[in-house]
Design a protein around this ligand. Structure first.
Ligand SMILES: CC(C)(COP(=O)(O)OP(=O)(O)OC[C@H]1O[C@@H](n2cnc3c(N)ncnc32)[C@H](O)[C@@H]1OP(=O)(O)O)[C@@H](O)C(=O)NCCC(=O)NCCS
Length: 281
């Protein structure tokens, strides 16, 4: 039985897909939470016929990460995504899309097949159970007429289950709206708070222990068990680089912190992310 989501209407119209090396398929759950990936939607990156599908993943990435200044080079979809890890997502069939949307999604008049509208990309960080999630994209905000609310959260939840991930590492920016999504899964342990090794120094690195309650809650299952969250002790404002550097100094000195829940957005549209101190290991 499919675990319900907060947007079953959209999920019924969409088809799940997985792009991964067929030699790794046994490592994946191809029916995550009952959302079965049809055999025809298992995309083999080593076949030339998959080229068009990867073109379309590039369009999805360009429409979402492009404006964020972080579009992925094409080779990364192969080397650090489908071949070494997996790309799980949801797609429409071209035939179901209205003509104006086909133009916006750069589809040829005679295009057929799957058009991805959301993807979660992860690669093993400490195989087989620790994965690094490096791309989460959804066209919900870009194409509101498709009514895809909740799609990134649903995609990440089912992607984590598909990859059989038990601990997820990720990096994001303190001003990223994606923090609203990642925090739905539970408290996020902070590994870095200021990250000069990343192209964006104001990135944080987090560690998420993946739990059933977090997955079901994030995807909007009304019967999801509650998530335990510590009380926040302070906030990091997305424009306060000094606070990020100071938190990084404390992390490097051995203190432990978690992001406890979703950011608060103030009247100037600045995000404030709640943080709690954890007992040291
Ligand atoms: C961020 C992104 C993945 C969200 O996709 P989505 O399908 O709209 O996400 P969801 O609907 O599952 O959840 C978004 C949550 O953020 C909240 N949110 C708050 N402010 C927001 C904003 N300015 N923009 C988007 N979401 C916002 C939404 O209300 C929603 O929470 P809710 O479900 O409690 O209402 C998508 O906009 C995207 O692809 N952005 C560009 C790429 C990116 O930044 N990826 C993440 C990298 S770590």
């Amino acid at each position: 039985m499919k675990t319900p989501t907060r947007n079953d209407e959209a999920i019924q119209l969409l088809e799940p897909f997985l792009a991964a090396d067929p030699r790794h398929l046994a490592a994946f759950d191809t029916s995550p939470m009952g959302h079965e990936i049809p055999l025809a939607n298992l995309i083999d990156p080593t076949r030339a016929a998959s080229s068009e599908f990867f073109d379309r993943l590039g369009v999805l990435d360009g429409l979402t990460f492009g404006p964020e200044g972080m579009p992925m080079p094409r080779w990364l979809f192969y080397e650090a995504s489908a071949f070494t890890g997996g790309i799980f997502g949801f797609a429409f069939r071209v035939e179901t899309l209205p003509a104006d949307l086909r133009v916006r999604l750069r589809l040829a008049d005679d295009a057929t097949g799957l058009v991805p509208v959301a993807m979660y990309i992860a690669i093993p960080a400490d195989p087989p159970r620790v994965w690094y999630g490096h791309n989460l994209a959804s066209l919900n905000r870009v194409l509101p007429e498709l009514k895809l609310a909740g799609l990134a959260s649903i995609t990440k939840a089912l992607g984590l289950r598909c990859f059989r991930c038990e601990e997820q590492i990720g990096a994001t920016q303190w001003d990223s709206t994606a923090l609203h999504v990642h925090t739905k899964f539970g408290p996020l342990g902070l590994l870095t708070a200021w990250t000069p090794a990343h192209a964006f120094t104001h990135s944080l690195t987090y560690r998420l222990p993946v739990a059933e309650a977090g997955l079901r809650s994030a995807m909007g299952d009304p019967d999801a068990p509650p998530i335990d969250r510590p009380e926040p002790e302070f906030e990091i404002a997305a424009d306060d680089h000094d606070a990020m550097r100071e938190l990084q100094r404390r992390i490097e000195a051995g203190e432990r912190f978690v992001i406890t829940g979703p950011p608060r957005v103030d009247v100037n549209r600045v995000q404030h992310t709640p943080v709690a101190v954890m007992p040291s290991a």
